[in-house]
Design a binder for this molecule. Sequence first.
Ligand code: IDP
Ligand code: MG
Length: 136
Amino acid sequence: MTERSFVMVKPDGVYAGLSGEILSRIERRGLNVIAVRKIIMDRAVAEEHYGEHRERPFFGELVDFITSGPVFMLAVEGEGAIVALRTMMGPTNPLEAPPGTIRGDFALEVGQNVIHGSDSPESGARELALHFPELS
Ligand code: IDP
Ligand code: MG
């Protein structure tokens, strides 16, 4: 089924010069990148984006980090896009991520794990409406 996902290279990934590498991996997989934007995310938008984690002890740190520098945001569409991208990213904890995955190749810490990707079609729709309202 054709799905849409919101993908974001986090500030650590942008700082490490990984935006192009990650865009390239997504394109080479055969997924369709329908929009991109590089911005520093507003704090209020970051709190909304990570709303499901509001009660977690790391929430403040997470919002501080995601607003600490530019992020490279992508709207991605394709067959099974959500699972395809989550598989390419690897698990949340980079130490559990196999080589060949983005986190397994480029990250070591759960708090600085290089990439975000929507975890379900519903999250994809919510996150794309938040960050790419012009696509709705
Ligand atoms: P995901 O990014 O793989 O979907 P989530 O559980 O949705 O993982 O968590 C969102 C982000 O919050 C993670 O990517 C990670 O950067 C951060 N995070 C998750 N758990 C922890 C933690 O225990 N300590 C610090 N940061 C965490
Ligand atoms: Mg998540």
